[in-house]
Design a protein around this ligand. Structure first.
Ligand SMILES: *[C@@H]1O[C@H](CO)[C@@H](O)[C@H](O)[C@H]1NC(C)=O
Ligand SMILES: *[C@@H]1O[C@H](CO)[C@@H](O)[C@H](O)[C@H]1NC(C)=O
Ligand SMILES: *[C@@H]1O[C@H](CO)[C@@H](O)[C@H](O)[C@H]1NC(C)=O
Length: 369
């Protein structure tokens, strides 16, 4: 009996040790160092005290961050409110518009209700309302995002890298309108397209979308060794180029040729005026994002646009009924259910890490390798 004791406690001790070791290793494998040491503080803290760029402030270095969403989609508001609070910024909501509430008399020039869906019309109106709100309120710059967005928990760090690259691209832009007051993103931009789903560079535009050679701008600024960049096999949306031609972990900041999807874009005061003029008053006969792309690609009203690929904002596909994803597309009739949510191209997804973040744990990658 007495002899049995040491061996019992030895066994217990070994088991306990193994448990501790496993817990330690387990958490070590699942979560990793990027995001913990360097960035934890940056998700939430304010910049001024630490002498950091305004990119780290409560509105990401813009005057405001607007989210467009239908009031009825309380599920999306819950998610975005929690996500932005956990990554350190504040949202201002702009109510989306249900297309069939727009009277015929208010239709944009060229809009055909027979061939185009009212949901596309509503989407257009929501974005135009955001632009008008900026012009009306004399807002110097705003990020405008759609309400199903996701972003990396390191978004502020990413935006700081982007801001430096965007400033350097602006050396080649005209300076007819200068941002007041100074913006961390530079003084000579109209639009920063931070969330799109397909990228075609200026020099690769297909025949029907080409612009005059003297207008093309093939300049690219690389953000090297970006630890928030997924490996190429997890990146979608390189419409005109292969990632094989660029070093691994490199994000590209460029002047957009043709972008698809208006997930997120920032406008300066002059950008909002130009966009409201073209997108609101000039006419509209196709989906909003295609029109937004024309605005940049054709340099309409002297637009100065900068974009980044892979995008920093991408729509999240939540678990649940697939028909709930989009307020533009009707969705599947058969009410298919998605078991696991995902977000393309975002490595440390804020949405998928909410459970970790609310407990104060480090974020996990969506893909390992
Ligand atoms: C964040 O910085 C921008 C640019 O300097 C500024 O316009 C905005 O007011 C700041 N936001 C807050 C909440 O201080
Ligand atoms: C996108 O990049 C991948 C390599 O990561 C390549 O296989 C694919 O062909 C590219 N797409 C286009 C349209 O070039
Ligand atoms: C900038 O202003 C000059 C006149 O000062 C004008 O000739 C030029 O077209 C303007 N450029 C753009 C892109 O608006």
């Amino acid at each position: 009996m007495i002899r049995g004791r040491p061996s019992t406690s030895l066994v217990l001790g070994t088991v306990l040790f193994a448990c501790i070791l496993l817990t330690y290793l387990g958490s070590g494998f699942a979560r990793d160092e990027w995001g913990s040491n360097l960035n934890r503080a940056k998700w939430t803290s304010s910049p001024a005290s630490r002498g950091e760029s305004d990119v780290f402030n409560k509105t990401l270095g813009f005057d405001r961050v607007f989210v467009i969403g239908l009031p009825g989609r309380s599920d999306k508001r819950d998610a975005l409110t929690l996500m932005s609070s956990l990554t350190g910024f504040k949202l201002s909501w702009i109510d989306g518009v249900v297309g069939d509430t727009i009277p015929d008399k208010a239709l944009p020039f060229g809009w055909d209700r027979e061939t185009m869906r009212d949901s596309n019309l509503g989407s257009w109106r929501g974005h135009i309302n955001a632009m008008r709100h900026m012009v009306d309120g004399g807002i110097s710059s705003a990020l405008i995002v759609e309400d199903d967005m996701d972003w990396d928990v390191n978004i502020k760090w990413q935006l700081a890298q982007f801001a430096a690259a965007a400033r350097s691209l602006q050396n080649g832009f005209h300076q007819n309108q200068t941002l007041e007051p100074p913006s961390p993103y530079g003084q000579n931009w109209d639009m920063l397209w931070l969330g799109s789903c397909v990228t075609t560079f200026d020099e690769d535009l297909p025949e029907d979308l080409q612009i005059p050679i003297e207008q093309r701008d093939p300049r690219k600024i690389f953000i090297h060794d970006d630890p928030t960049m997924p490996s190429p096999r997890h990146i979608l949306g390189n419409g005109s180029f292969s990632w094989d031609n660029y070093p691994a972990h490199t994000r590209i900041v460029y002047v957009p040729g043709d972008n698809v999807c208006s997930f997120a874009y920032a406008l300066s005061a002059s950008g909002a005026q130009k966009a409201l003029q073209y997108m609101g008053l000039e006419g509209q006969h196709k989906p909003f994002d295609n029109h937004l792309s024309d605005l940049c690609r054709l340099r309409i009203n002297g637009m100065r646009c900068v974009s980044i690929v892979p995008s920093l904002f991408v729509h999240h596909r939540p678990k649940g009924k697939i028909s709930g994803d989009s307020d533009i597309n009707k969705g599947d009739e058969n009410e298919e259910v998605r078991e696991v949510g995902f977000t393309e191209n975002i490595l440390y997804s804020t949405r998928l890490n909410l459970k970790n973040l609310v407990r104060g744990l480090d974020p996990e990658k969506q893909w390992v390798g």
